[in-house]
Structure formats: structure tokens, C-alpha cells
Design a protein around this ligand. Structure first.
Ligand code: NAD
Ligand code: UDX
Length: 479
């Protein structure tokens, strides 16, 4: 079967970039990305796309209106598509059974019901969203129970491995594409049809095919492994701070072992983003449901350690500022969960900010790409505060780092944006209250230089003090 038309349900961080790259690489395929949200689709059709992702504007400009379309006309797109990606959100459940851990599959179910209602010809339905193992069975049950005569479905699992901030490169140069399908002749035909789409630009050796359940589980496993590395190095960062070891040196030494490898060993304020915590919780819930409590407890510790890291860092900020931040002006630099994205979902900056606000601090926040409204949304959310007006009064959002730091007692760096490395810290020191503090939650600044300027500096996984700075200077000048 040759795929001529693709429909994608969900025009978010995954559906938008993924389908834009498919359209770029497969000019012979018409790709329509649909969403229930009119606002989101309007943004995709405008000059200001709804998400910031390096390289995305360029890809969309090349393809939009040619073979890439963004539409709210879900019905027409489903009817004409040979293959439908389900790329809707799968957040953690906030109510009911499995609350706080299980993935909420209501949007997946909604998408499956839409397809069943609308489709009048055979479809390959592809789970692109991250789902618990056996979710394909739920989709199949819904489709088969509601199918129209003569319409047949094949369900494939094709999880997405892109990371935000590098999505376009990750998609164009994917290390692997994973496709799971049923071990039947029809299932394998569907797998081959999707392989053909990716083979337009991905070498065949990088396309892995598995059974459906392996594919679904591999996605949860990959995110759990990645997050586990961060929690491992973050746990050691606490040991470093207590002993005088330097976590960057430890990571470099450990990562030199080719069995371990150097990537994803950057100690930090804690991991954020919409995926890691959600997907590990999903794995934990799955393990509990399978009566595997030891497995659940093992992965739970990765999340617990991440919470510990965020708390540990924030406590250090408060304790260093004489154990009170009430009415103190604190500049928060960076609000997104990592650099090169405007996404704030599960950003550690939210935890840091809400804790400081609870202690009475006045926050002056600057992020190069996060919209002001988004910062207000995160900090005024009913789950975060029951005093939104008070919080609003204590936040000021800035358009530059320099205006955020003016008159501040402390700078708390939450995101590793490159521009923070090259700020003029001498100039900043002059306009801050004294003693002036910097808390570098990402280990990106030149700490010796900051100490020499006169700052009090704290970071992750390394003890810093003026004396160490003087010693370092001295040793440099020794013959
Ligand atoms: P998102 O919230 O940015 O986008 C999901 C979109 O789906 C929303 O715009 C929503 O309006 C839309 N939607 C919901 N139900 C719909 C329906 N029935 N029809 C049409 N549109 C519908 O989410 P996201 O970040 O793109 O993530 C989507 C999935 O991909 C999740 O399962 C996530 O775990 C997974 N994933 C995300 C990333 C990432 O970096 N964000 C990476 C890999 C996998
Ligand atoms: C992640 C996975 O990397 C990706 O494969 C999957 O498809 C979706 O989830 P994402 O969350 O977009 O991607 O970004 P990622 O680069 O993994 O970073 C996640 C968080 O971990 C960020 O807060 C980041 O700052 C933090 N991190 C990452 C560290 O603290 N240390 C590291 O060494 C790496």
C-alpha cells in the first residue's frame, strides 16, 4: 500500500514538527495536521508559530500550502487519509483511579472515536503519542466496535524520540525510528507502508521494527533510562557538595567509560519537561498494575530524587540569604525547562519560583523565549496557589536580564540559555544589592570570575568559596 495522504490528530510539540519534517522529506505525500484548538491551528497558519523550535520556521515556510496543511477540518482530513497519526496529549491523570501516576488516555480514546465515526475507507492508525503498554489494544477495541462495513484498520506503534530544542535535527537525522505492528500479513504490510514513508530520508538500517508491545514499552523505557541517568548524577552532586568533589569532573571521568558514555550526565537543578516525570509515573503505575512492586519502587526513586534535587537547590537559596527571602528582590533567569524552547511544562523554575513566592520573595523573571502570559499561567494556576492576586503582585516579568537583576539581592539561574553565559556580570554586580548572590542551577557560569568580581556563588555539585578562588589565583601565578 502506498501512502499518499497523511492526517495527524494533534498539532502540538510532536505533531507539528514531526509532520512538518515528513512533508519536507516526502513532497509526494499530502500531510494535514489537525487540532481541535482553533487558536493553535491559526497560529500554525500564521507567521508566529505556536512553538519555538530552532529550524522549524524554515521547514514550515518551505512546505506550508504545498504539501503541508494545518486545519481544524478534522473530518475531511480523516476521510481522505491513508494513514492517521494520533499525536494527542497523554497527561498524567489528575482524578480517579491511578490519579497522579496513570496516563490519562481520554484524548487517545477521543481521537479513536473520531476516526471510527468518520472513516469510510481502510486506515492505518499510528500511535505517535507516548502511551502505556497495550494502549493499541484499546484503540483497536474502539475502532473495531464502531467500524463501518468494509472498513478495516491496522494499528501501529511509532513512538517519537525527539527532544525539544533540537526537534528538527532529531527528526531529520533520527538515530532510530521505531515501528511496532501486529505479526499478521496485514499488520506487516502496514509496518512496511510506514517504513516506506520514513525511508524517504532515514537509512533502512535505522528503522527498527518490533511487535506492538515492545515498541510501546521501549518509549517508556528510553525516557526512564534517560531520566535515571540525570537522577544518578544529581544524587552524586549532593555527595560532591558534602565532600569537595566536583560533579563535572566525576561525570567526565565516569562518562569516559564507553559502556557508560558521556551524554546526559549533566547535574542540574532537576529534570523538567512534559515527558520524563509523566512517562516514569506511567511505568510505575503499569508495574504496580502488573503486581511488580519492586520494579515500581525502583523507578519511583528516580522521581523522588528529582524532587529532592529541586528542593535541595531552593533550600540552599533561602538558607544562603540568611534564611529569609521575605520582601527581597530575586531575579530568576530562565523559566523554560531547558534552553532553546519556550515550553514550561514541569519546568524546575516553577518549583523554585513558587517556593520563593511562598516565602514572601519578590520575583523578577526573565526568559528569552517564554511568553509572559505563560509565566503567569504557571505561577497563578489554582494547583500552585490559592492567592493568585498576591502572587501577581509579587511577580514582575522582564524583557531583558539586565532589567531583571537591577536592585536584586540574588540571581537564581534556572535555565541554561547561552545568553546568560555572556552577560556583563561586572555591570550586574554594580546594580545589585550587597552582598550579591548568584545561584547557578545549571553550572554554566564562570564561577571563578564571578567570585573575583565579588559575588557569593553557589552551584550544583561543587563547593565554591572566596578562599578557593584566591587559592586558584595564587596557584596560577606560582612558578
Ligand atoms: P501537546 O499538548 O503539545 O499537543 C497535543 C495536541 O493534541 C493539543 O494541541 C490538543 O488540542 C490536541 N488534541 C487533543 N485531542 C485531540 C483530538 N481528538 N483531535 C485533534 N487534536 C486533539 O502535546 P505534545 O507535547 O505534542 O505531546 C503529544 C504526545 O507525544 C504525548 O503523548 C507526549 O508524551 C508525546 N511526546 C512528546 C514529546 C515532547 O517533546 N513534547 C516527545 C516525544 C513524545
Ligand atoms: C525527552 C527525551 O530526551 C526525548 O527523547 C523524548 O522524546 C522526550 O523527552 P525533552 O524532555 O524534550 O526530551 O528534553 P531533554 O533534553 O531530554 O531534557 C529533559 C530535562 O532533563 C531538561 O529539564 C534538561 O535540562 C534535563 N537534563 C538533561 C539534565 O538535567 N541533565 C542532562 O544531562 C540532560
Amino acid at each position: 500500500m502506498v501512502i499518499q495522504k497523511i492526517c495527524c490528530l494533534g498539532a502540538g510539540y510532536v505533531g507539528g514538527p514531526t509532520c512538518s519534517v515528513i512533508a519536507l522529506k516526502c513532497p509526494n505525500i499530502k500531510v494535514t495536521v489537525c487540532d481541535k484548538s482553533v487558536e493553535r491551528i491559526n497560529q500554525w497558519n500564521s507567521d508566529k508559530l505556536p512553538i519555538y523550535e530552532p529550524g522549524l520556521d524554515d521547514v514550515v515556510k518551505q512546505c506550508r500550502g504545498r504539501n503541508l496543511f494545518f486545519s481544524t477540518d478534522i473530518e475531511t482530513s480523516i476521510v481522505e487519509a491513508d494513514l492517521i497519526f494520533i499525536s494527542v496529549n497523554t497527561p498524567t491523570k489528575t482524578i480517579g483511579n491511578g490519579k497522579g501516576r496513570a496516563a490519562d488516555l481520554k484524548y487517545i480514546e477521543g481521537a479513536a472515536r473520531m476516526i471510527a465515526d468518520i472513516a469510510t475507507s481502510n486506515k492505518i492508525v499510528v500511535e505517535k503519542s507516548t502511551v502505556p503498554v497495550k494502549a493499541a489494544e484499546i484503540i483497536m477495541k474502539i475502532l473495531r466496535a464502531n467500524t463501518k462495513p468494509g472498513v478495516e484498520y491496522q494499528i501501529l506503534s511509532n513512538p517519537e524520540f525527539l527532544a525539544e530544542g533540537t526537534a528538527i535535527v532529531d527528526l531529520v537525522e533520527a538515530e532510530r525510528v521505531l515501528i511496532g505492528g501486529e505479526d499478521t500479513p496485514e499488520g506487516q504490510k502496514a509496518v512496511q507502508a510506514l517504513c516506506w514513508v520514513y525511508e524517504h530520508w532515514i537509512p533502512a538500517k535505522n528503522i527498527l521494527t518490533t511487535n506492538t508491545w515492545s515498541s510501546e514499552l521501549s518509549k517508556l523505557a528510553a525516557n526512564a533510562f534517560l531520566a535515571q541517568r540525570i537522577s544518578s548524577i544529581n544524587s552524586l552532586s549532593a555527595v560532591c557538595e558534602a565532600t569537595g568533589a566536583d560533579v563535572s569532573e566525576v561525570a567526565r571521568a565516569v562518562g569516559r567509560d564507553s559502556r557508560i558514555g558521556p551524554k546526559f550526565l549533566e547535574a542540574s537543578i532537576g529534570f523538567g519537561g512534559s515527558c520524563f516525570q509523566k512517562d516514569i509515573l506511567n511505568l510505575i503505575y503499569l508495574s504496580e498494575c502488573l503486581n511488580l512492586p519492586e520494579v515500581a519502587a525502583y523507578w519511583q526513586q528516580v522521581v523522588n530524587l528529582n524532587d529532592y534535587q529541586k528542593t535541595r537547590f531552593t533550600r540552599k537559596v533561602i538558607e544562603s540569604l540568611f534564611n529569609t527571602v521575605a520582601d527581597k528582590k530575586i531575579a530568576v533567569l530562565g523559566f523554560s525547562f531547558k534552553k532553546n524552547t519556550g515550553d514550561t511544562r514541569e519546568s524546575p523554575a516553577i518549583y523554585v519560583s513558587t517556593t520563593l513566592l511562598d516565602e514572601g520573595a519578590k520575583l523578577h523573571i526573565y526568559d528569552p523565549k517564554v511568553e509572559h502570559d505563560q509565566i503567569y499561567y504557571e505561577l497563578l494556576h489554582p494547583q500552585v496557589t490559592n492567592e493568585p492576586e498576591l502572587v501577581r503582585k509579587n511577580i514582575e516579568i522582564h524583557d531583558s536580564a539586565y532589567s531583571a537583576v537591577s536592585g536584586a539581592h540574588a540571581i537564581v539561574l534556572c535555565t541554561e540559555w547561552d545568553e546568560f553565559k555572556s552577560l556583563d556580570y561586572k555591570k550586574i554586580y554594580e546594580v545589585m544589592m550587597k552582598p550579591a548572590y548568584i545561584f547557578d542551577g545549571r553550572k554554566i557560569l564562570d564561577h571563578e570570575a564571578l567570585l573575583n568580581i565579588g559575588f557569593h556563588v553557589q552551584t550544583i555539585g561543587k563547593r565554591l568559596s572566596r578562599t578557593s578562588s584566591i587559592r586558584a589565583q595564587g596557584s596560577q601565578t606560582m612558578p
